[in-house]
Design a protein around this ligand. Structure first.
Ligand SMILES: CC(C)(COP(=O)(O)OP(=O)(O)OC[C@H]1O[C@@H](n2cnc3c(N)ncnc32)[C@H](O)[C@@H]1OP(=O)(O)O)[C@@H](O)C(=O)NCCC(=O)NCCS
Length: 144
């Protein structure tokens, strides 16, 4: 029998350690970088704290997703579910909730990034109504 899973907002800073460990333990698809330190997450949650969600079971964080809305587009980062909890709809529940919260803010369109080493997860998103955007290349620049 599975214990119930609750989707709730990320609490800063008390959830940080568990979420960071969850992300760090993900085999691929979640790349931990300098934006994932405690200080940077503190900065992130000054905006859209209601778009950073976790899945909790029996007091343990077993899933997470971090959304953002810049007033025009949404962005979804670091969707992850602990291996032993996969295939139970927890990832879909996290995505449903973050998408519905983005929609409620008036967001018309959202993006998410799939790394090239994790391309097989594309089917997961396509099933959920996401489309590969083959008319754009994504560019980035380090500003600090
Ligand atoms: C992607 C992920 C969050 C899905 O979580 P989950 O809780 O298992 O998802 P759900 O239970 O809602 O959906 C499971 C379904 O998606 C499919 N699926 C999940 N991950 C998949 C993958 N990497 N490739 C292909 N299909 C996948 C499963 O086969 C399953 O299909 P089924 O219901 O027909 O059996 C989880 O596999 C994960 O944490 N992966 C590693 C991190 C990652 O890749 N994150 C995405 C970054 S862009």
């Amino acid at each position: 029998m599975h214990l119930p899973v609750q989707i709730r907002e990320f609490r800063f800073p008390s959830d940080y350690e568990q979420v960071f460990e969850l992300w760090r333990g993900i085999e691929k698809g979640v790349h931990i970088g300098r934006s994932d330190t405690l200080a940077e997450i503190r900065k992130k949650i000054t905006r859209d704290p209601d778009l950073f969600l976790v899945a909790e079971s029996d007091g343990n964080i077993i899933g997470a997703v971090m959304g953002g809305f810049d007033g025009r587009r949404g962005l979804i980062y670091h969707l992850a579910v602990a291996t032993s909890f996969r295939g139970r709809g927890i990832g879909s529940n996290l995505m449903d909730e973050v998408e519905s919260r983005l929609r409620a803010k008036g967001c018309l369109k959202s993006y998410l990034l799939v790394t090239l080493d994790n391309i097989e997860v594309a089917d997961y998103y396509i099933q959920r109504g996401w489309q590969h955007m083959d008319q754009v290349h994504l560019y980035g620049k380090e500003l600090q």
